[in-house]
Design a protein around this ligand. Structure first.
Ligand code: DSN
Length: 481
């Protein structure tokens, strides 16, 4: 930030906090504390980032007060002319940034974006042919008996997605999630030896299962995906290819993932969040081919509550930022830094799922330290290192305790960390884990949750981190009065 911008931002936030404090001082205080805490910790959660002050400020306006169900120019409420401007701009930036035929910027989160995508695929693939069969022009002409037969057809649909412990997301057909209930689902995993996606195995499963929807994309798989191959598989079995790029949208926007690694030219429907590597406000988005656009457009009110106009405005600002050359530099650094982090672990003897990374995250298998993911996550947090525990493939500790810790580079890259800092981060993490022992239950038995961190380790790591964090301040120049 330039000096002028820092001054304006400092003054704007200081005054905003005063306004908030006049009503509920504890919220103003918690807000100040959150900034202090984020500034003082090593944020390595792969799905988090630091949005710019412009993005953050855009969310705090009177657009928050406006209802706007419907789509641009076709709202169920009067007075949406400015929301139309905002939504059109956000969608235009998204289309141009990603080279997409159509963009829908209303989803409130990634899960919402996936629900919109699922329903739009069902609508396009099942509802439209059903309408045609009964000679109706639109859903309003369907009788109750038509709906009954439609529901039966919808209930018979099949979805094939990546399993949660291989790195897929809950919404990719995981049984306890609504996606696993809306669809008959099957999951594909990764190769048991290499931990990598085996496209032949995915194809074999698809041939046997014949899914309506093939879902690609991940939350914890540390490798790139060949989306051209996934499209070939989808085409062979007549499936719609849906890609959830929530985690790596920033790498697509920043042109680190191009050609077969860019999902947009290959998938029928692409979903994403806007707040992870893309560095925007918390929210979701759907990109689609023209063919799917009319059904995606029905996302609200079919699946979504009223669009959050203030967040759509912030999406427009973030997408405008992502169209700048500086974002490409940032995205490349995110990927380079993940390499440095991975090498830092490997050179110190730690185990990484798949043996490394070629995206923005690494998945550290902490079982060689004799710890569960839960113990590792907690010990690291004590030392000011914020991560999240994560399953590894075929995890013996299940999804609650886990055997892994997932680490991502987007946030600290935004702060300006580079190769040397990420190597040092790996060293500090190994130091914490090597000095943590599993604890016992109250009854004295083995525990998967409690742990004992060696004396002085947390303070030593915090002070080493502080040196790096001070050198790369979060929101440089932003001072609250
Ligand atoms: N919560 C996100 C993540 O951490 O990957 C996915 O929903």
């Amino acid at each position: 930030m330039s000096d002028d911008l820092s001054r304006l931002t400092s003054s704007a936030y200081s005054q905003a906090l005063e306004v908030i404090a006049a009503v509920e001082p504890r919220i103003a205080e918690a807000t100040r504390q959150e900034l202090a805490d984020q500034r003082a910790s090593l944020k390595l959660i792969a799905s988090e980032n630091y949005a710019s002050p412009a993005v953050l400020m855009t969310m705090g306006t009177w657009f928050s007060d406006k209802y706007a169900e419907g789509t641009v120019g076709h709202r169920f409420y009067a007075g949406c002319q400015n929301v139309d401007t905002v939504e059109s701009l956000a969608a235009e930036h998204a289309r141009e940034l990603f080279g997409a035929e159509y963009a829908y910027v209303q989803p409130h989160s990634g899960i919402d974006a996936n629900l919109v995508a699922f329903w739009s695929i069902l609508a396009h693939r099942v509802e439209s042919p059903a309408l045609e069969r009964i000679g109706a022009k639109n859903v309003n002409e369907l009788t109750e008996a038509d709906w009954e037969s439609l529901r039966k057809e919808l209930g018979n649909q099949r979805l094939l997605g990546m399993s949660l412990d291989a790195g897929g997301h809950l919404t990719h057909g995981f049984r306890p999630n609504i996606s696993g209930k809306m669809f008959h689902q099957q999951q594909y995993g990764t190769d048991p030896v290499t931990g990598l996606l085996d496209y032949d195995a995915v194809a074999a499963k698809a041939r046997e299962f014949k899914p309506l929807v093939l879902v690609a994309g991940y939350s914890a798989y540390p490798r790139r995906v060949d989306f051209a191959k996934m499209r070939e598989i989808a085409d062979e079995v007549g499936a719609t290819l849906m890609v959830d790029m929530a985690h790596f949208a920033g790498l697509v926007a920043g042109k680190v993932f191009t050609g077969d690694e860019d999902p947009v030219p290959h998938a029928h429907v692409v979903t994403t969040t806007t707040h992870k590597s893309l560095r925007g406000p918390r929210g979701g988005m759907v990109l689609a081919t023209e063919e799917y656009a009319p059904s995606v457009d029905r996302g609200c009110p079919m699946v979504l509550g009223g669009p959050l106009s203030h967040v759509m405005a912030a999406k427009a600002v973030a997408l405008a930022e992502a169209r700048q050359d500086s974002f490409r530099t940032y995205a490349q650094k995110v990927a380079d830094n993940a390499q440095s982090l991975a090498q830092g672990f490997l050179s110190r003897g730690a185990n990484l799922v798949t043996g490394g990374t070629d995206n923005h995250l690494v998945l550290l298998d902490v079982s060689s330290f004799g710890l569960t993911g839960r113990q590792a996550e907690s010990a690291l947090l004590d030392a000011g290192v914020v991560t999240n525990r994560n399953s590894v493939p075929n995890d013996p500790n299940g999804a609650w305790y886990t055997s892994g810790v997932r680490l991502g580079t987007p946030a600290l890259t935004t702060r300006g960390f580079g190769h040397d800092e990420f190597d040092r981060v790996a060293e500090l993490i190994v130091d914490v884990l090597a000095n943590t022992q599993p604890g016992t239950t109250k009854a004295g038995g083995p525990s998967k949750a409690s742990y004992v961190l060696g004396d002085g380790v947390a303070d030593k790591v915090k002070s080493a981190s502080a040196e790096m964090l001070d050198k790369h301040p979060l929101y440089p120049g932003l001072e609250l009065s």
